[in-house]
Design a binder for this molecule. Structure first.
Ligand code: NAD
Length: 294
């Protein structure tokens, strides 16, 4: 599905260029040398190349001050050649992520983390929807999964995944599935299994490998596993393996559909980011036609 989205975008970019417009341009801020972050930014840049976008990796030393980074964001905001800007998280402790995100011009906030964009998403208005939830909605839509009236249980309430996906699944946003009855569970939820067993659609975004096992789901459940963590695995050359929140071995036999880790939500997140960047370049992010319904 992610490859399909990239192919669709590639055609759209070619059409843009044929009309004499420049290609969409994504910039990514990377602070320090955090291994997984370097890998994630690398994947995003590679995906940009594949669809014909321009990309810029803006790397800064781990010692850069927050004030200097804010100035760098101002420069990108003022640069008409750049359509989208993301700040790769996590950041060093002396820098507050919220301060950087709030400084990004909302039209260029293609991660959809700015409070203005998040608020518009809650109100079902056209906006940049955070990339991972957008990728998940695309996946549900393309797989033809029926959502209206189903019970969707979300595990984890982070601002970048759990909270927004619970909102999107419960509402109806033009062109996307929705209309589920949604339960949002988190670290203070007693008896998690009581909730997960009721799920027609289970979406987990926690970061605890194997948190959900086969006893915690019902037959036929659709499982979307966002979690991705490194666990030691001496059988691998690298010495580690990537694991999701879901114990695939025991859950997959009961599930009607299940996403793998890695190779499931990850590529769809990048596809979501590319879609947002394309719309930022088109300039229709807040003006797209929409129909609000409760
Ligand atoms: P986070 O660390 O910000 O939040 C984790 C959430 O899990 C919290 O809301 C917490 O309340 C909840 N939680 C913790 N323990 C729990 C428990 N025992 N039962 C129920 N809930 C519990 O999370 P995040 O940033 O959303 O990331 C979650 C995972 O998803 C991580 O592994 C991350 O690497 C991964 N992730 C993957 C992608 C992707 O594209 N594939 C994107 C974002 C995050």
């Amino acid at each position: 599905m992610a490859a399909d989205i990239r192919a669709e975008l590639r055609l759209k970019v070619e059409a843009m260029k044929a009309k004499g417009k420049r290609a969409p341009h994504l910039a990514a801020i990377l602070v320090g040398s955090h291994g997984p972050s370097e890998v994630y930014v690398g994947h995003k840049i590679k995906a940009c190349e594949e669809v014909g976008f321009t990309s810029s990796k803006l790397s800064y030393d781990v010692t850069i001050s927050e004030a200097d980074l804010l100035e760098e964001i101002d420069k990108v905001n003022a640069n008409p050649e750049i359509d989208g800007l993301i700040v790769q998280l996590p950041l060093p402790e002396h820098i507050k992520a919220d301060n950087l995100i709030n400084r990004i011009q909302p039209e260029k906030d293609v991660d959809g983390f700015h409070p203005l964009n998040f608020g518009r998403m809650v109100q079902s208005l056209p906006t940049h929807v955070p990339a991972t939830p957008l990728g998940i909605m695309e996946m549900i839509k393309r797989a033809g999964i029926s959502v209206v009236g189903k019970h969707c249980v979300v595990v984890g309430r982070s601002r970048i995944v759990g909270s927004p996906i619970s909102i999107l699944m419960s509402r109806r946003r033009f062109g996307y599935p929705g209309g589920a009855t949604t339960t949002l569970t988190h670290r203070f939820t007693p008896d998690l299994a009581h909730h997960t067993r009721q799920a027609d659609i289970l979406i987990t975004a926690v970061g605890k490998p194997g948190l959900i096992n086969g006893d915690m789901v019902k037959e036929g459940v659709v499982v979307i596993d966002v979690g991705i963590e490194r666990v030691k695995d001496p059988s691998k050359k690298s010495g580690f393996a990537l694991k999701g929140d879901v114990d695939f071995e025991t859950v997959a036999p009961k599930a009607s559909l299940i996403t793998p880790v890695p190779g499931g939500v990850g590529p769809m997140t990048i596809a979501g980011l590319l879609k947002n960047t394309y719309h930022a370049a088109l300039g229709d992010i807040y003006t797209r036609e929409y129909h609000y319904h409760d």
